[in-house]
Write a protein that binds this ligand. Structure first.
Ligand code: UD1
Ligand code: CA
Length: 454
């Protein structure tokens, strides 16, 4: 077996995106188009990955974090053949070169493996597709024996060639040594004045190098992104693949068309996910987790039997088993809920450890806090963790009861079993089992007369 090196073409400007962001940095499933293609190259164990950049090249290199990428710069876009030639000096002569496009993100690993398999020192492998609309694409020309003998670009095609529906996906595998020779011989004498990579097909035939073709069934697998409509179309297709995989693994999706996964979602058994839910980064859901509608979860772990109600927003948090969250809860970075704890509506938490069985049911802010077990935090309690300059921590020990509308001016420690009267403003520690009341006393004035209109 020859070693495999991958060249990814990513120099295009993407004029029709109408964006200052280079085309290959636009995202599908929360990940740059180019990052998807690099991932595909890694998945098939490429020995080296060469990315040809041009427009916005520096920005592309900065934003794509991947190991062992060889960047090649194509200063002027003189065509796909010219682009591949820019990467060639870094490529081992005895390898097989697989050419991918940085704006074709949904290519499957199996397809690439089959294509590479069909290529060796004396054989080139070309990926074709039967296009429902071939406009703008290169047409595959076959001889009487049905062998592919050339590719003709739309702009160079005659009327009968334009009727051909089999088109060039752009993806091909070729033996490096011969590829180098063919690229050297390319000429820009064509309708676009470009060095066409596609001209190597006819050269291979003339060179007695076999041309193998492989045809994909799914057009979207090789669809390139040229505009926002295609980006949106591929996003939906990508999400469809993700939700189909979840359904296949036994997850219940109330509507597979209304879930978005921008990263990796792992699910245990008997997970139920309602509509319009978004998962970002790495999210893991345990067994029997139920997610309500309009929930957003990013980089978090949700334990078994936990239920998340509608419109909750959870980020960088770990939730243990049998917890209850929302509706309308916001769990920010560093929230850790222990078993059986409960965060109710309009509650915000941040860097908060909530002990087993504790409840924060309504309208509270709990920030920079360590809360013990079986604590009850009344409605409208605010942990005042910030003095405008520094942040301070609050510690609430086991079994504490905090009355509604309490403000806790950190740093404060409330001892085990203590109670806090509603409406208190705590500025001092409270001892074990003490009752703290820190509010104005009620005065009732008898015979009070309301003022009269003058
Ligand atoms: C190319 C193929 C065509 C095929 C189509 C599939 C050629 C001559 N034509 O068409 O047969 O049906 O793809 O989409 O190869 N690029 C560079 N540098 C360049 C030119 C292009 O890096 O100088 C990159 C682009 O960023 C893009 C890819 O190569 O990722 C293809 O370029 P594009 O202009 O979209 O391809 P076409 O010429 O339209
Ligand atoms: Ca294109």
């Amino acid at each position: 077996m020859n070693t495999l090196e991958v060249v990814i073409l990513a120099a295009g400007k993407g004029t029709r995106m109408y964006s200052s962001t280079p085309k290959v940095l636009h995202k599908i499933g929360g990940k740059a188009l180019l990052a998807h293609v690099i991932q595909s190259a890694q998945d098939i164990d490429a020995k080296a990955i060469h990315v040809v950049v041009g427009f916005g090249g520096e920005q592309v290199q900065q934003q794509i974090q991947a190991d062992n990428i060889n960047w090649a710069v194509q200063a002027e876009q003189l065509g796909t053949g010219h682009a591949v030639a820019q990467a060639l000096p870094g490529i081992d002569q005895d390898s097989v070169v697989l050419v991918l496009y940085g704006d074709v993100p949904l290519i499957k690993q199996e397809t690439l493996k089959d294509l590479v398999q069909a290529c060796n020192a004396d054989s080139l492998a070309l990926l074709t597709v039967n296009s429902s609309d071939a406009t703008g694409l290169g047409r595959i020309i076959r001889n009487d024996q049905q062998q592919a003998v050339a590719i003709v670009e739309e702009k160079d095609a005659n009327a009968s060639q334009k009727l051909i529906k089999e088109t060039n996906s752009g993806i091909l595998a070729a033996p490096a040594k011969r590829l180098a020779k063919w690229l050297e011989a390319l000429s820009p004498k064509n309708a676009q004045g470009e060095y066409y990579l596609t001209d190597i097909i006819a050269m291979a035939v003339a060179d007695n190098c076999a041309v193998q073709t492989l045809t994909v069934d799914d057009e979207l697998e090789v669809l390139g992104v040229n505009n926002k409509a295609q980006l949106a179309q591929l996003e939906r297709h990508y999400q469809y693949r993700k939700s189909a995989a979840l359904l296949n693994s036994g997850v219940t999706l109330f509507d597979p068309n209304r879930i978005d996964i921008r990263g990796n979602l792992e699910c245990g058994k008997d997970v139920e996910i309602d509509v319009n839910t978004i998962f970002e980064g790495n999210v893991s859901l345990g067994n029997n987790v139920r997610i309500g509608p309009n929930v957003f979860i990013k980089n978090s772990v949700i334990g078994d039997n936990t239920q998340i109600f509608a419109n909750s927003h959870i980020e960088e948090s770990t939730i243990a088993q049998s917890c209850s969250i929302g509706p309308f809860a916001r769990l920010r970075t560093g929230t850790h809920l222990n078993n059986g704890s409960k965060i109710g509506n309009f509650v915000e938490t941040k860097k908060a450890n909530i002990g087993q069985g504790s409840k924060v049911n309504h309208l509270s802010y709990v920030g920079d806090a360590i809360v013990g077990e079986n604590v009850n935090i009344g409605a409208g309690t605010i942990f005042c963790n910030y003095d405008g300059v520094n942040k301070f921590q609050t510690r609430i020990h086991d079994g504490v009861f905090i009355g509604s509308n309490t403000a806790i001016v950190a740093p404060v420690e409330v001892g085990k079993g203590a109670s806090i009267g509603a409406g208190s403003t705590l500025t001092k520690d409270v001892g074990e089992n003490e009752l703290a009341v820190a509010r104005g006393r009620q005065r009732n004035i008898e015979g009070w007369k309301r003022p009269e209109k003058k």
